[in-house]
Write a protein that binds this ligand. Structure first.
Ligand code: SF4
Length: 333
């Protein structure tokens, strides 16, 4: 183990998906384009830290999660876990120790669970496949422990149940238990509560926070919901069209946002406490632009004097606007 405080480090990470041109492009031999799903992001997650990655659909946040969990290969940049470069590590055997340490919780628990597997089988599967248990007794103990940690008590009552026999909240807890069973050091949770009732959300969030507190587990919490990110995270990173536009402590980003996109995200929320910035700029309007044809400037500050001049020529760098608070906007200084 390294002694660095960061468990995860992304350096200039890029994921570009090639697009096929139309018939005319092929006839004229025009080069195919690319969807820049993730376009050069730098991000760290400390041990025991909860970082929320916030953005609208299409911002690239799920792709970042898929790269970290090695479900998608980056086009460029580096993925370092515990100081080890994992960018080009591939193959089931080579990745086995990594999968032990990094787990993912998916948004749709119903799809994540095999309908023909019981709760016991679903939670036991990663323990068997990663060869983390010696015998059936140890397996039963680890499954019981994981179910109890995810708030399914008494665990034995759930062993023989199938996904269709569970409520939405219980299914999501089974998915969390499956991730916990291997005792990971980092969990990537992709919108883990967005499909649940509001009353269940708080319980699931509490389970995740308790796990961090008890096991010093790091969490990358992917969400489109800024207030939810503020509730759970230590730091918030805001992603727009594959780029990190703002990052800082959860309080700074929520109550003192400096990038117009973060302000627009806030203004899309009905009301949050301490709304000093509300009303300065409009909320989100229209569709997210296509990542295949990235616009210049930004669509969040229509009156910005730099939108058609400096910002069109030169991408704003990440500027320090407060203690550990960075914003990629020329006006943020
Ligand atoms: Fe948007 Fe660029 Fe103007 Fe900042 S400087 S508000 S990023 S157009």
């Amino acid at each position: 183990m390294s002694d660095t405080a960061d468990i995860l480090r992304l350096e200039n990470l890029k994921v570009h998906f090639p697009t096929q041109g139309g018939l005319f492009d092929r006839v004229l031999s025009r080069p195919a384009g690319a969807v820049r799903a993730v376009d050069g992001i730098d991000l760290t997650v400390g041990r025991g830290e909860i970082v929320a990655l916030v953005g609208e659909s299409g911002s690239g946040k799920t792709t970042v999660g898929r790269v970290i969990t090695k479900l998608c290969q980056p086009t460029g940049g580096r993925l370092l876990f515990d100081s080890r470069d994992m960018t080009s590590v591939r193959g089931f055997s080579a990745l086995r120790p990594y999968r032990h340490r990094v787990q993912m919780i998916f948004q749709d628990a119903y799809q994540a669970l095999n309908p023909r597997h019981t709760v016991f089988d679903s939670v036991a599967e990663p323990l068997w496949s990663l060869r983390l248990v010696k015998d059936g007794k140890e397996l039963t103990g680890r499954v019981s422990q994981a179910l109890a940690s995810a708030g399914l008590n008494p665990p034995g009552d759930f062993f023989a149940r199938f996904p269709h026999e569970l409520s939405g909240g219980q299914r999501q807890r089974v998915v969390i238990a499956g991730a916990l069973a291997v005792r990971p050091e980092l969990i990537v949770a992709d919108e883990p509560v967005s499909m649940l009732d509001v009353s269940i959300r708080a319980q699931i969030l509490q389970v995740l926070v308790d796990l961090r507190d008890k096991h010093n587990m790091a969490l990358l919490f992917i969400t489109h919901d800024l207030p939810l990110a503020w509730l759970i995270a230590d730091r918030i990173a805001v992603l727009y069209l594959g780029k990190l536009v703002e990052i800082g402590s959860a309080d700074e980003i929520t109550f003192n946002p400096r990038h117009p996109y973060t302000v627009a995200l806030r203004n899309a929320v009905p009301k949050i406490r301490g709304d000093a910035h509300r009303g300065e700029l409009p909320g989100l309007q229209g569709e997210v632009p296509s990542a295949a044809r990235l616009p210049k400037g930004c669509r969040f500050h229509p009156r910005c004097p730099l939108a058609f001049s400096r910002c069109r020529e030169e991408e704003p760098p990440s500027i320090e606007v407060g203690p550990q608070h960075m914003s990629a906007c020329w006006l943020a200084k």
